[in-house]
Write a protein that binds this ligand. Structure first.
Ligand code: 5GP
Length: 240
């Protein structure tokens, strides 16, 4: 990418740049970390390169297992190439174990096993604090067509099953995660954004140790080390 590449979008954790191909973007992962809808800010050393690599490995794994994603390949050490999409402002969360906002909302002890995966929808809107919504809100606000939402929900549950099965032998328990989807100019729905310890909760299978952004949210320390450990285990899972 040249220094003059056009910045199309800047979010809290990533920048999106145009490339020579109008259908392809370059996604640059930043070291900056935010939590609580941007109210808490900090930097996690080397987070950008680590999350770019983790996302690359997980998108590659999902694509190989039939999930349509925006991922095209790696570029620089903190950059991925992806199909250009318009993000649908609906965050799809899937949970296997009660933690975070679910534990708070339902008064469940953190770590309570959920009998079945729980899928939730949130409106992607920092100013409103990403409120929880349901399919009626999605319809009333015209955020996605019914068929699109159905595809997003099915894909999210499939991603959950695929990732949980892949991560468990690597000693990582998939507690919960958030996905975002987007539409290409041709209207194709693709899994987009990132899949990383910023967007997933990973607990060590044996010790229960948190290996994700909760370490930053709760000032637990060892954030970079935890992210590195997730990457190390994923690379071991690739045999590389
Ligand atoms: P919770 O609702 O418990 O805060 O989050 C559930 C899961 O989705 C966690 O793995 C969390 O990291 C992820 N998640 C939910 N909303 C967001 C968000 O706005 N940004 C990021 N990076 N992750 C989110």
């Amino acid at each position: 990418m040249t220094g003059t590449a056009k910045l199309l979008h800047e979010g809290k954790a990533k920048q999106v740049y145009a490339t020579d191909d109008p259908e392809v973007v370059l996604i640059r992962f930043k070291d900056e970390a935010t939590a609580f809808d941007g109210k808490k800010r900090g930097t996690i050393e080397a987070k950008g390169p680590i999350n770019a690599r983790i996302s690359s490995i997980l998108f590659t794994y999902l694509e190989a297992n039939g999930v349509a994603t925006h991922y095209l390949g790696t570029a620089g050490e903190r950059d991925l190439l992806a199909r250009r999409v318009t993000i649908i402002p609906v965050e799809v969360v899937v949970r296997n174990i009660a933690a975070g906002s679910l534990a708070r909302r339902l008064g469940l002890a953190e770590g309570t096993n959920l009998e079945l995966p729980v899928l939730e929808l949130y409106l992607k809107d920092d100013e409103l604090g990403d409120p929880m919504i349901n399919r009626y809100h999605v319809r009333a606000l015209g955020l996605a067509a019914d068929a699109e939402l159905e595809t997003m929900e099915e894909a999210a549950l499939r991603v959950n099953a695929l990732l949980a099965a892949h991560l468990e032998p690597l000693g990582l328990r998939l507690v919960d995660f958030k996905l975002e989807f987007g539409r290409t100019a041709a209207g194709r729905l693709l899994l987009a954004d990132e899949i990383s310890p910023d967007t997933c909760r990973f607990w060590d299978v044996r010790t229960g140790e948190k290996l994700d952004k909760d370490r930053f949210r709760r000032d637990m320390g060892g954030v970079e080390e935890a992210y590195r450990e997730v990457l190390r285990r994923l690379e071991a899972g690739q045999g590389g």
